[in-house]
Design a protein around this ligand. Structure first.
Ligand code: ADP
Ligand code: MG
Length: 414
């Protein structure tokens, strides 16, 4: 069990000391700079993003670091501590069909930037603002990129957005592109949707790009208005404990896509363009119109949107300790109505609650990944031990339990 609080510099240190392979052992170009972007935990607002609703994620103090050298040709080459290979593509041949594996997260950003001018009118790009129409990659130089990370992969903490956003801030700066952070989040989403083929929303990139210390990003996924809200965890002596269950999830397939389809079906049957257009008062009518399963999917999204609004309001009026019940209710809704939890996540949540957590819920897309618990610092070790013991008792794979602190978003480090 690792409950050592990480500092924001943890990833940078890991990048410098932790790995046998590094930039210089793979590439000949001189290092131009180093950029990093964090993973994220979603405090509340799950499966609301693609329903045009509200989410409230925060950037965590675990980061993906990309060290970059500028080439004198038009090649993009990328290596990672993730595997042994070096992947490459020409900037003159950017095409999602030529991208696969993890390097698609990197090359996809360049592709999405290259087509941004033709997408400038799409809803997310238009809402993000910024002058995407002027982006022109026809004469920018190639890059060598080396990736390290201490964001756990596939744990529901968005190592994918950390990778995309670290690369996106590096590319925009090195290529002199004038893209604001909101627009860059839309670029990341486009890349993940088209180059990687994962039909995800814009939440992860927004958190990774816009996050700030001890704050979360209140994002309206319809207007893309983003408000950085003070969490006040530091002053209240609160921390977030992450329980990585090691149960693997796969966004590109299966349940995630099914849930999206249910939401679309529900919205269509109720005559709204998205579930965002419903509120809690509409649920009685929804119960009459929809089959039981679709109704419960809809009820999750509608009540979850309300819980996000309530969380932001409660933080501002009563303080962080008062949001615990909303986190607990969110978990129940995901477990019973949206049915995206698994026994490991349920056990992590119920054990944390019983051991004194202020509130707890599964986080991320579901079907595995991580749970989060809001805990007083004094209770942190007891909650972590209780969860570890409960997993052993149940015969589950031992979880990894660690604290995260809401941290600063993507930035240049060197
Ligand atoms: P999550 O975002 O929850 O961690 P995803 O399945 O969305 O899970 O993204 C994980 C994928 O992102 C990995 O399988 C890999 O393809 C890519 N990835 C993430 N971090 C790295 C890294 N440091 N190096 C190479 N690829 C990475
Ligand atoms: Mg991801």
């Amino acid at each position: 069990m690792d409950t050592t609080p990480d500092t924001a510099g943890g990833a940078a240190r890991a990048a410098e000391t932790g790995h046998a392979r590094d930039f210089a052992s793979v590439f000949d170009t001189p290092v131009t700079g180093r950029w990093s972007a964090p993973g994220r935990a979603n405090l509340i607002g799950e499966h609301t993003d693609y329903n045009d609703g509200f989410v409230f994620p925060f950037a965590i103090d675990r980061r993906t670091v990309v060290t970059v050298g500028v080439r004198d040709d038009r090649l993009l080459r990328v290596a990672s501590t993730f595997d042994e290979s070096v992947h490459e593509i020409s900037l003159d041949e950017l095409d999602p069909a030529r991208m696969d594996g993890w390097s698609a997260y990197v090359f996809g950003i360049a592709w999405a930037l290259s087509i941004a001018p033709t997408h400038a009118a799409s809803p997310s790009f238009a809402a993000a603002g910024g002058d995407l129409s002027t982006i022109d990659l026809s004469s920018v130089p190639g890059l060598d990129l080396f990736v390290t990370s201490d964001v756990p992969i596939g744990a529901g903490l968005s190592s994918s957005a950390a990778l995309e956003c670290s690369v996106a801030v590096a590319m925009t700066e090195l290529w002199g592109l004038d893209v604001n952070r909101a627009a860059l989040a839309a670029v990341g989403q486009l890349s993940e949707n088209e180059a990687v083929g994962a039909p995800t929303g814009i939440m992860d990139q927004s958190a990774s790009l816009l996050g700030q210390a001890d704050s979360a990003v209140f994002l309206d996924c319809r207007s893309l208005d983003a408000d950085v809200v003070d969490l006040g965890f530091d002053a209240a002596g609160l921390e977030i404990l992450v329980v990585d269950t090691h149960v693997e999830h796969a966004h590109a397939t299966g349940g995630y896509v099914e849930r999206r389809t249910s939401c679309e079906r529900g919205a269509e049957a109720l005559g709204v363009s998205s579930l965002r257009d419903l509120d809690v008062d509409d649920l009685a009518r929804a119960a009459e119109v929809l089959d039981d399963e679709t109704f419960r999917r809809v009820r999750h999204v509608v009540t979850e949107n309300q819980r996000v609004l309530d969380t932001v309001r409660t933080l501002r009026t009563e303080g962080a300790v008062a949001i615990g019940a909303l986190l607990d209710a969110s978990h129940v809704s995901m477990r019973d109505d949206f049915e995206i939890s698994v026994p490991e996540l349920d056990l992590a949540v119920s054990t944390a609650q019983a051991a004194g957590a202020v509130g707890a819920r599964m986080t991320g897309g579901g079907f595995g990944g991580s749970a989060i618990a809001l805990v007083r610092s004094a209770d942190r070790d007891a909650v972590a031990s209780a969860v570890t013991a409960a997993f052993a008792e149940a015969g589950f794979t031992a979880p990894t339990v660690f604290t995260v602190h809401p941290a600063e978003g993507a930035r240049r480090d060197a």
